[in-house]
Design a protein around this ligand. Sequence first.
Ligand code: PRP
Length: 184
Amino acid sequence: MQLSDIADDLTDILYTEEQIQDKIAELAARIDADYAGERLLLVGVLKGAVMVMADLARAITLPVEMDWMAVSSYGSGTQSSGVVRILKDLDSDLTGRKVLIVEDIIDSGLTLSWLRANLESRGAASVEICALLRKPAAAKVQVDVRYAGFEIENEFVIGYGLDYAERYRNLRGIGVLAPHVYRD
Ligand code: PRP
């Protein structure tokens, strides 16, 4: 689905498919250089990271492994609390592994900060983070993101994995959701 297909639901276009792919290629090149000769495990966080994971993994020229986690943050409404429940755990044993967590967005930072500590506690050799988007104004905890894509304003963004009520994940670009969509 293209941004133009849902133009009425958007107040702004943030990143086109091309801009996203350019950024992914840039991040992949850095990952290639940093992990050359290593056995890297990419950990995608469902569901939002599916698109980033699919494109990033294919842009990387090293042989990587992929695994997935699904987590849910306890909290009221859209506010995450930092208390995280694992809905689907990894299949892989992390002992001695170099792990790169792949995320679509860091909002408060609470999910990622919990997740990094959790994966480190399993004996991983290293745990780094790659996130396509980050909202500095929404940060409640500082998360050290080694591979960061775009910094965005504190707005309701959708597309390229990011949803509103499970919709818009299949949008090729990223846009700002118009208030009439979530107020109606
Ligand atoms: C989003 C995103 C991160 C988390 C970031 O997932 O994919 O996992 O929120 O928020 P935080 O920095 O405030 O912790 P969401 O819970 O919306 O689930 P989804 O990926 O299935 O859409």
